[in-house]
Design a protein around this ligand. Structure first.
Ligand code: OGA
Ligand code: MN
Length: 294
């Protein structure tokens, strides 16, 4: 059965069929997925009952895997999964839903804000690959916004304004929006802001996109309140419904997205239920602007 991709949203997003991600892929299949990512920015695969090892092997077809260290307040000994996996479930090591006030849970609520994964890293992520091992039947949708469409929709004068801008991104900014209480000295050092261009050009398609994220807390050279008001406005425009795809999970769906061209967020669900979502992240290859080493 040959791999094929069908567009399932008016603006972006492809649904892939004819491939079993548990197996080693042929070079043609890898190339087809790469081309599909360039074009659709989000790809959906159904019925992929894969293990962590198989997910890691699949992810490595597209580049190096980003280590999850530095992206969370969860201590290594409290982690449920291998450091090559990002645990975006609502579960602790005992596989039970985290308590309401658990710090890891409160931190993870930041995923409900529109963001691009790892924009808080000096070299931000290329792809994210999310596997729904146990899904909930109500709520818990993951949403995606096409940031190329967001750029395309800007008026000419606004394109000229955003083009040279550089933002500072940090997990402290996104969590600050939620009033997340107190970071330790160590966390403050780990989460120190990095710089990212506000406009990115895709290396293969040449399309421009708006590189927004809830982690973006200020614009270099701007007063902070002005920067925040401006970014808020851009975010509002960028995530208007016609540019958003809502993914309703079926068990063993695997969704892959390009963080250089999209934002994502998860929606609320009943956290008494188990939602076991596991993400691998393919590292990007360069910073978006020159900066001091992280
Ligand atoms: C992510 C994320 C999505 C989800 O994995 O990058 O933001 O559905 N969470 O939990
Ligand atoms: Mn995310």
């Amino acid at each position: 059965m040959a791999l094929s991709i069908r567009q399932i949203h008016p603006v972006f997003v492809g649904e892939v069929s004819g491939v079993d991600l548990r197996r080693k892929l042929s070079p043609d299949d890898i190339a087809a997925i790469d081309d599909g990512m360039d074009r659709y920015a989000v790809l959906v695969f159904h019925d992929q009952d894969i293990s962590d090892e198989q997910q890691i092997a699949f992810s490595r077809n597209f580049g190096e895997i980003e280590n999850s260290a530095g992206g969370t307040v969860t201590k290594p000994q409290e982690k449920r999964l291998n450091p090559l996996m990002n645990d975006v479930s609502n579960l602790g090591r005992d596989h039970k839903p985290l308590a309401r006030n658990d710090r890891t849970r409160l931190f993870n609520l930041g995923n409900q804000l529109w963001h691009s994964d790892s924009s808080f890293r000096a070299v931000p992520a290329k792809y994210s690959i999310l596997s729904g091992r146990i899904v909930v039947d109500k709520g818990g949708n993951t949403e995606f916004a096409d940031m190329r469409a967001a750029y395309d929709a800007l008026a000419e004068e606004m394109r000229a304004v955003v083009e040279p801008l550089v933002c500072e991104h940090s997990l402290m900014y996104s969590r600050g929006l939620l009033g997340f209480p107190e970071f330790t000295e160590e966390e403050r050092a780990m989460f120190r802001p990095v710089r990212q261009s506000l406009v990115r050009t895709h290396p293969r398609s040449g399309r421009k996109s708006l590189y927004l994220s809830s982690h973006a807390g200020t614009i270099v050279g701007w007063p902070m309140p002005e920067a925040r008001a401006f970014l808020r406005d851009l975010n509002e425009e960028a995530t208007r419904p016609e540019n958003v795809y809502v993914h309703k999970w079926r068990r063993f769906d695997l969704v892959m997205w390009d963080n250089r061209q999209t934002m994502n967020r998860v929606r609320r669900f009943d956290e008494a239920q188990v939602r076991d979502m596991r993400r691998t992240t393919v590292a990007g290859d360069a910073p978006t602007v020159e900066q001091e080493a992280a």
